[in-house]
Ligand binder design. Sequence first.
Ligand SMILES: *Cc1c(COP(=O)(O)O)cnc(C)c1O
Length: 400
Amino acid sequence: MNTQDYISLENQYGANNYNPLDVVIDKAQGVWVWDVEGNKYMDCLAAYSAVNQGHCHPRIVDALKNQAEKVTLTSRAFRNDQLPLLYKELSELTGFEKVLPMNSGAEAVETALKAVRKWGYKVKGVPENKAEIITCRNNFGGRTITIISFSTEEQYKDGFGPLTPGFKNVEYGNAKALEEAITENTVAFLVEPIQGEGGVIVPPEGYLKEAYDICQKNNVLLITDEIQSGLGRSGKLFAFEYDGIRPDGVTIGKALSGGLYPVSAFLASKEIMDVFHPGDHGSTFGGNPLGAAVAREALKVLVEENLVEKSYEHGKYFREQLRAVNSKHVKEIRGRGLFIGVELNDEAGGARRFCEALMGKGILAKETHDNVIRFAPPLVITKEEIDWAMERIKDVLLMD
Ligand SMILES: *Cc1c(COP(=O)(O)O)cnc(C)c1O
């Protein structure tokens, strides 16, 4: 079967809810992937930052294989010997007292929403069914009905109502707007420290610190969604570190398993997590020993290979190289660590044609929104590999 055969099958039998580049991958290692015709590409998307540790990292693959032969799933009706160790290691690494494991990122966000609502009723004393959560315009938190209810992307919501009430959107990067939106019933502010799907938007310096102070003053919880920005992508373990704050809770996912298995979590203080009692919330696969063993190894790789520091250094280098290109199509180059967005001018004709041209040269990148090219390769990328990519990116950014 060739590329076209696979695409035909996919079109015939699959739901049409994605518009992927026409490359069919059958092998991957580190920053590289190969298609079914044997062509080699550099992966500059890293599965939306799920493969920060690089594709098929041998240590994580071994952890998965070893655990798969022992026990994979007990459900939380029984205990397993991997989850307590993941709890301890995750807590020690991140400084959050408590962990609630889930699978997808959206489930971690849902978990955070449930936690802050319940905290609002049981601890803050908000009247029943009155809890409000403030979110930001241009956010992305996943695709469940509740999460799309606070999306400002019309397509995400079109045809899926009725939506979940209790959310209020404010302008991203504007702390004053947050302050004005808070009422006595506000329980939390949920925010991405860098908006990934929104176009790799980095808010103004000090925004999160201001938001943190406003939340503190008003007894509102600050929850950062670091499913994409976290675990090294931004050049820090968490992007909130750039503002010198510690939010009340954080959601993580994606790179938590190095891309081998869906593992996500909501991390929070004991005070918040203690709102959950047996039976309040759960997931059949959440906290399973296979996922826990994979996540434990994925975190060890992140630390032992200094991937957070590498992301910081190499991200800086990558952005410098991009700036040196001086393309007439480029409006702005932004980002932190290896979380990089190249915004194109309106006249550039959209980012998609640039991504297709990059693919022709052996680089896989994906447009986010219509006019932003995202460069977010696995954090294991070397300086030499960035140089290799830049030669090709340069040609594409300088095309007509
Ligand atoms: C990807 C993402 C999610 C959702 O994760 P899924 O695993 O796709 O459900 C949530 N929040 C942010 C910031 C993300 O980037």
